[in-house]
Design a protein around this ligand. Sequence first.
Ligand SMILES: C[S@@+](CC[C@H](N)C(=O)[O-])C[C@H]1O[C@@H](n2cnc3c(N)ncnc32)[C@H](O)[C@@H]1O
Length: 467
Amino acid sequence: MEDAVDDPAPEPPLPNGFIKVNSMTPQKLGDLGSATFSSTLVVSPASANKRKSSELDDSDQETLRTPTDPPRPMTPIKASQISFCVEVPSPSLSLDQYVKVEPKHDGLSEKYYPVESVERSEAFDRRYPYKRAVKRSLVSLSADVGDRPGGDPSTDDLESIQRASLTHSLSRLRGPEVFFNIEKQNLFMLAASNFGFIQDYVLRDGVQEVPEAFNSGCECAGGVCEPDKCSCLATEEDSEELIVPYQLRNMALDPDFLKRKSMIYECNHRCGCRGNCRFNVTQRGRRFRLEIFHTGNRGFGLRSPDDIQIGEYLDRYLGEVLTKEEADQREDDQKISYLFGLDFMVGSTDISEQEIYVVDGQKFGNATRFMNHSCNPNCKIIPVSVNHGDEKLYYLAFFALRYIPAGTELTFDYNPGFDKKEKMSSGAVKCLCGDKKCRGQLWPNARKQNQQGFAADTSADSSSSDE
Ligand SMILES: C[S@@+](CC[C@H](N)C(=O)[O-])C[C@H]1O[C@@H](n2cnc3c(N)ncnc32)[C@H](O)[C@@H]1O
């Protein structure tokens, strides 16, 4: 019998489906009188996860064992008398099979990180907070810099901050360099303040792209479009005759096309060529450097330090795209106009003047926002559709109307449909293009009477032109 007392009792075999869970430390046990012991709780895997010790019932008593030395008759301990913590180990290998493991993937994919599509659909559903209408005149834009060492930043400091921030945003633009050639501090601040460079349209409230199902491409096979068959080619107004806009030799616009009133339909990723053929000139981007300078009498202007050949593509006119209603409101507030309507389809479709979208380059845009008007311009705006389905949303692309030597100001006609019989109004914005064919005003009299030319706005600076 002594032997039987010295040898610890053999562990009873575990019932089927039961596993051992970590030993508990004595400190974690509740007060069980003078007995010091460690215990092993044997539970089924399922109950280990689901049940707390206080929930153990009488049927669990037989599974609770207190090894003692010397062995003594086991006094059954009621589970309800003790309270303790159970450390449940992480799932064993045998449980791994129940854990669903996602297949491995590499890189950021829309499937796993659906940021763009979610953002787009949320923006579409207007789930983002509405912007608050703020009256600029009531909001102080001064920065609180009083506590900074050295006090308020000087105008020089502000200018160098402004120049650094502009240089940074200009360096991020795709394509050849765009730069400011404005030495005078006050003029530079005027050009750079409250303006941000963008690389594509920014669509505002109420402006929507057509659903993807409306868009289309050509069916040219073999990855290369045939110039005389590709369905992306333009058609003349009121005609089915196909026109090839770009010359294959240099991909400049055909001089004949420059005289037409026609839209360019460029190939895109839906086309047989997957948008890789050569009829995607504007999508390939700008190829010339651009310089923003001060004209002296018409505010800032744009020119290129590179020679540009007839028909060559310069850049798009970018900005915020607004509904006509919003644009009309902004027009009332803008002294200088940066608004251009996307009204090419008015008349040939059932889109009315009131339904068109308008591009506003005042606060957001690109270098073309600095292009001035001339009654004898060297550039022309031509509408370019990339998706083919959207009659209200397309690009305005600038092409050279003739050879433009490096350093010549780039201009276009703000009012190409000008009617010579139109009367000059004393309130109209005076044209200062200086050409002998000058029409004397920028816009028809009915429009923009509240606006001023730069002659008035910067008259104090006109003598201090950078030119
Ligand atoms: C799109 S902005 C052109 C860039 C503008 N010069 C600037 O400094 O930001 C249009 C404005 O430029 C001025 N402008 C453009 N061409 C002009 C011209 N030929 N004569 C007088 N003012 C002109 C007008 O004030 C017009 O509202």
